[in-house]
Design a protein around this ligand. Structure first.
Ligand code: NAP
Length: 547
């Protein structure tokens, strides 16, 4: 029977079945990835000749790139590098020409997004720093450099910059002491003048204090840069989008060490600003430890982790948020107190320390430990999921945050975009239906919605949000964001931002002038809060789903 199912099921059902199997835990995930690796190594993708790759009628490039994507996603990232080098070399060999917004340009932008993700996968696979790795990276660097020079010579758009920055950075990370190529080459000055920024910023935005910082109550979330599955943009488009956010006063970004090139993109953008503006920009990033560290945990180890994130950001980290994989390994207590000490002794590297996805019990444990070690709590925030469909923080975390004066930074507050007019009165999506083009974020939050309640309950919630939004002439998302901002201990909502792909700046700014009355808030509370206990019982306290 299984054989019949496997051969006959439509691909979208097979995909969701595989997802269900893989989400059973590390063992089933390991079997899946090992199997894919074995198959790909046994029959690796072929190097399709340039004429076929870019055939004007039936180009094979999309299928070639899809195979390469499977390689690095199944953690055979080193082997994927020559395929990228080959692909980019073929572009100049085939003397390709692309028009702005053409299919070909879109494909090249996406291929560069793939390189960003492949390099992240490469770093996470911890390869040995061999001569073979060096030459593979150099070859890719050279291929991208040649493509960039070619596009310049031909007067074409330059989609390759983003991939170049990421590859150059990885090269200097794997082989320290080598020259980082991108800084002198790419650092175009931003068009943002101090005057235009100062003129627009103060008007609409509300701020709150976070440690020694004053931060806007909306952050731009850059997880969306970690995969082309969210759509890809060129460096130029990304910088334009960041400029628009900054001019609107949204000058804080949330990143992480594993969000593709987010730290590089934001760091280079910040470096291109006039110093008085750059000094106001808030760079929040993370140090996420997902597996047991292979080295001894020392002060030096902690310092190097801080230095690495500061290096990628090209300067200071305003907020470093720490994620730890397993509470039974207590090394995180030492790490956290070292981080707080470093924020006091090396404020040019990092000025505030926060937590990421810590539950109430371990937030309190961390606060007490640091207090006993250095006489102050030192932590300023905890970043957790908080939305109308996941209000677990109210159960225990908010009390702990009050007790130790930590603030909450929230993510998932728009359920990856499900909390928007687009999904009002819509059918429940099949999350593997390619036509819907759902993002990884939406696949994650669809599960959250169904953990909280049913899709029809979610529709009732969207209708309620819409009726409140109409009353104030704002957008439905503004009401959802305002509800989260009004919860005790919440400092700011992190809004996922697809730089250069989609934008909602004007809409999101409306949240600052919106005030919900008691009737609005009570009616929303009544609809959503009963689900908080259910989510808590199913998933555990905040962040438990990551452990
Ligand atoms: N610590 C963690 O474990 C963790 C986990 C997840 C996320 N995060 C952080 O939180 C950030 C938020 O990401 P998220 O995945 O949770 O997504 P989210 O903020 O819930 O949703 C973002 C999406 O909402 C839509 N949107 C935003 N403003 C809108 C508006 N005014 N009107 C209509 N739609 C609007 C956009 O969709 P379209 O682009 O489709 O228009 C956007 O991509 C991430 O970037 C990351 O920084 C942290």
């Amino acid at each position: 029977m299984n054989d019949v199912l496997i051969t006959q099921l439509p691909p979208f059902i097979l995909r969701s079945a595989l997802r269900a199997l893989v989400s059973q835990g590390k063992d089933s995930q390991g079997i899946f990835v090992d199997h894919v690796q074995r198959r790909l190594r046994a029959s690796p993708p072929s190097f399709i000749p340039p004429a076929e790759l870019f055939d004007s009628k039936a180009p094979k490039a999309p299928q070639f790139l899809a195979s390469v994507r499977c390689m690095f996603s199944s953690k055979i990232a080193v082997e994927s590098l020559p395929y990228f080098s080959y692909f980019f070399t073929c572009i100049t060999q085939a003397r390709l020409l692309w028009a702005s917004e053409s299919e070909l340009e879109t494909m090249l932008i996406k291929a560069c997004g793939d390189v960003v993700q492949a390099i992240q996968a490469l770093k996470e696979s911890h390869p040995s720093r061999t001569e073979e790795l060096r030459s593979k990276l150099l070859e890719l660097q050279q291929a991208l450099l040649t493509c960039d020079a070619y596009s310049l010579e031909k007067g074409l758009s330059r989609p390759f910059t983003r991939a170049r920055v990421q590859v150059d950075d990885a090269y200097s990370w794997f082989f320290p002491g080598t020259l980082s190529l991108y800084y002198p080459d790419y650092q175009a000055r931003s068009q943002i003048s101090e005057r235009s920024y100062l003129h627009t910023s103060a008007e609409a935005i509300s701020y709150t204090s976070l440690g020694i910082l004053e931060v806007p109550r909306l952050f731009n979330g850059l997880w969306q840069l970690s995969s082309p599955a969210w759509g890809s943009a060129t460096s130029k488009q990304q910088n334009a989008a960041l400029g628009q956010l900054l001019e609107a006063g949204l000058l804080a970004a949330d990143m992480a060490d594993h969000y593709g090139d987010a730290e590089l993109v934001y760091g280079l953008f910040r470096a291109s600003l006039p110093p008085p503006v750059a000094n106001k920009v808030i760079a929040a990033t993370k140090w996420c430890v997902f597996r047991p560290p292979e080295v001894e945990i020392t002060r030096q180890f902690v310092m190097e982790a801080v230095q690495e994130r500061s290096r990628r950001l090209g300067g200071r980290i305003e907020l470093l948020q720490f994620h730890w994989y397993d509470y039974t390994n207590k090394d995180y207590l030492f790490i956290l107190s070292e981080l707080v000490k470093i924020s006091r002794s090396h404020s040019e590297l990092v000025s505030n320390i926060g937590l990421c996805n810590f539950d109430a019990v371990h937030t309190e444990e961390a606060c007490l430990h640091i207090l006993s070690e250095i006489g102050e709590v030192g932590l300023v925030s905890n970043q957790v999921q908080y939305s109308l469909v996941d209000s677990r923080p109210i159960i225990r975390l908010v009390d702990v945050c009050h007790k130790y004066q930590l603030k909450i930074l929230t993510y998932g507050s728009l359920c990856g975009g499900f909390i928007s007019e687009k999904w009002l009165n819509a059918e429940a999506p099949d999350i593997y239906n390619e036509a819907l083009q759902l993002t990884p974020s939406q696949r994650k939050y669809f599960d959250m919605i169904t953990t909280w309640a049913s899709w029809s309950d979610f529709q009732i919630l969207l209708q309620k949000l819409k009726s409140i939004a109409d009353k104030y002439q704002v957008d439905l998302t503004n009401v959802a964001t305002r509800w989260v901002l009004d919860r005790p201990a919440v400092a700011a909502v992190i809004v996922g931002t697809r730089l250069g792909v989609s934008e909602h700046v004007e809409s999101n700014l409306k949240v600052f002038s919106l005030k919900l009355d008691n009737i609005d808030t009570n009616s929303l509370d009544e609809l959503v809060l009963k689900g908080a206990a259910k989510v808590y019982e199913t998933l555990g306290d905040c962040g438990n789903e990551y452990r």
